[in-house]
Ligand binder design. Structure first.
Ligand code: GLN
Length: 561
């Protein structure tokens, strides 16, 4: 192993947050990555989360937002989604650590006797484990952007802050940088912005030995030169190291605004890196497209967490990207699945050009989701079912087209005589090259099919037309599967199986042919959509929704305005 104080080729940017949470640290880190990439540097990221859960897989999306899944099957913080969307970096297990995972490693070592009977302490044992985790990024890119979750002042994040303080000494000043994201609130009654919270937050950072190099000040209004000078004076940084991070209408504007503030120049100066000028044209074009759409379409999302946008973050973005690909604004309408159990689907879904049933777990709202699918199928409204949405599309088809009245997923009814979606006892796992087994008793975390799996596509299907190739890889996060025992009767009734695992055992995509666009996929395509590379399924779903809107006059009136 390399001695702790030697330095390889990677330089490190540590991003911390102050004052309060939800300041968009993750987006800021992603935007910094985008700017550095636009200057020809390679970047990677890491998110260090202070909570004790070993990974976010078992956390309620209500509390924590979406669980983002990487190719290698890690269940991670949603910020990794921002990192992948804004850059070409590929995230994996090592790009997200929690306190729980760090402590787990330390305690495992202690149990194995690796500390030779020494007293195991936060400093140095936990901090060394954190530094080793950061070190895993060494050599992966020119610059590694490491975001510390939580807010300065939290007890939980202290070991991480101590570790990055030490890390800087290990790698040297020109190889590391501290960026602090803070809030400069605008007080309406006084008609002015206040710098005190920022001062306090930086004071707290300095008390634990970290002097930030750059302050990213989140604010509603532009910060004047005088104000920047004031913040600089009190926080011990240069005026040009105080960056205005003003609220933007569209999140993809952030890299451009940061550049206007001189952020990338400053970072490169402090890290002593020479590059050419940034190539920001793709970002400018993207923002122009998003802010000047020629068309509009309305998509209904049938959900359980109706107004919790954070839990469908990637889905949201993927729909925006699908809009970009079609020069259209996508208006999302959240429709409560439970409302759809009581009220008329036609009334609740009136005015929608496409219906999307996203992934989910648990029985709540399942009947309503099935009602929405029946409506989409029979009224020939473009339909996109993702994971649970695909499974329910199969259930709906089995019940209402193939005549299997009690068809269900065994997730919801174990006694059904038509378990069209079930727990597969045994299957070949392409990722580990092993036969996997599962049953109802297997423990919660261990039984999900997670990460990227190959899928082969059937010619002349919606899927094949979208992807334009025969073989794809998409990311999964689910336990239940299409039951191949029902494949024949369902196909005979008209269900199209357009994508399967290479051995044909796992059904990955289903379609209804006599329909403008009806597709359900077992995987989560939203995890791989990027603004610069909209996902083909989202692109085609939005295209179908636009065609539906054009053919029905319900949208014509407000489109003209
Ligand atoms: N609950 C379903 C399963 O476990 C679907 C999961 C999902 O939509 N991510 O298979």
């Amino acid at each position: 192993m390399r001695p702790a104080n030697s330095h390889g080729k990677t330089k490190y940017i540590f991003v911390t947050g102050g004052v309060l949470s939800s300041l968009g640290k993750g987006l800021a880190a992603a935007a910094i990555g985008a700017l550095l990439e636009s200057r020809g540097l390679s970047v990677t990221f890491q998110k260090l989360d202070p909570y004790i859960n070993v990974d976010p897989g078992t956390m309620n999306p209500f509390q924590h937002g979406e669980v983002y899944v990487t190719d290698d099957g890690a269940e991670t913080d949603l910020d990794l989604g921002h990192y992948e969307r804004y850059t070409t970096a590929v995230m994996a297990q090592k790009n997200n650590y929690t306190s729980g995972r760090i402590y787990h490693a330390v305690i495992t070592k202690e149990r194995r006797g690796e500390y030779l009977g020494g007293t195991v302490q936060v400093i140095p044992h936990v901090t060394d484990e954190i530094k080793a985790a950061i070190r895993e990024l060494e050599g992966d890119a020119d610059v590694a952007i490491v975001e510390i979750g939580g807010t300065i002042g939290d007890i939980e994040s202290l070991p991480f802050l101590e570790a990055i303080r030490q890390f800087r000494i290990d790698v040297g000043r020109q190889n590391s940088l501290f960026i602090h994201v803070t809030l400069v609130p605008y007080i309406k009654t006084a008609g002015e912005v206040k710098t005190k919270p920022t001062q306090h937050s930086v004071k707290e950072l300095r008390a634990i030995g970290i002097q930030p190099d750059i302050l990213l000040c989140r604010t509603e209004v532009p910060l004047s030169k005088e104000l920047k000078a004031k913040i600089a004076l009190f926080c011990n940084v240069g005026t040009d190291e105080v960056i205005t991070a003003q609220d933007v209408k569209n999140i993809y504007e952030v890299p451009l605004r940061f550049h206007e503030e001189g952020l990338d120049d400053k970072i490169l100066e402090l890290l002593n890196i020479w590059t050419g000028a940034p190539r920001l044209q793709p970002w400018q074009e993207l923002v122009y497209k998003i802010t000047h759409p020629a068309k509009k379409t309305v998509i209904a999302i049938i959900g359980k967490y109706v107004d919790l946008k954070e839990s469908y973050k990637s889905l949201h973005e993927a729909l925006v990207h699908g809009g970009v690909a079609n020069d259209a604004a996508v208006e999302l309408r959240y429709v409560s699945a439970e409302d759809l159990e009581e009220k008329d689907a036609g009334a609740l879904l009136a005015g929608c050009d496409g219906i999307l049933v996203p992934g989910g777990f648990g029985t709540r709202g399942v009947r309503g989701k099935i009602n929405a699918i029946t409506y989409a199928r029979t009224q020939k409204i473009p339909f996109f079912g993702i994971c649970l949405g695909m499974q329910l599309a199969v259930v709906e088809f089995a019940r209402n087209v193939a005549g299997m009245a009690d068809a269900n997923s065994t997730e919801f009814d174990r006694a059904t005589t038509h378990p069209v979606i079930y727990l597969m006892k045994e299957w070949f796992d392409y990722r580990t090259n092993q036969v996997q087994t599962r049953d109802e008793m297997s423990d919660m975390g261990g039984t999900l099919r997670l990460g990227a799996y190959p899928c082969v596509l059937e010619a002349e299907t919606f899927a094949h037309r979208a992807y334009g190739c025969d073989r794809i890889e998409e990311r999964h996060r689910h336990r239940f599967e299409f039951n191949a025992g029902f494949r024949k009767p369902l196909e005979e009734a008209g269900l199209v199986i357009s994508g399967t695992s290479p051995d044909g055992d796992l059904v990955e995509i289903v379609e209804v042919a006599d329909h403008p666009w009806f597709l359900g996929c077992q995987f989560h395509p939203e995890f791989k959509s990027k603004p610069m590379r909209p996902h083909p399924l989202f692109r085609d779903f939005i295209a179908a929704a636009l065609a539906f809107r054009a053919a029905h006059d319900h949208g014509a009136a407000d489109d003209a305005t």
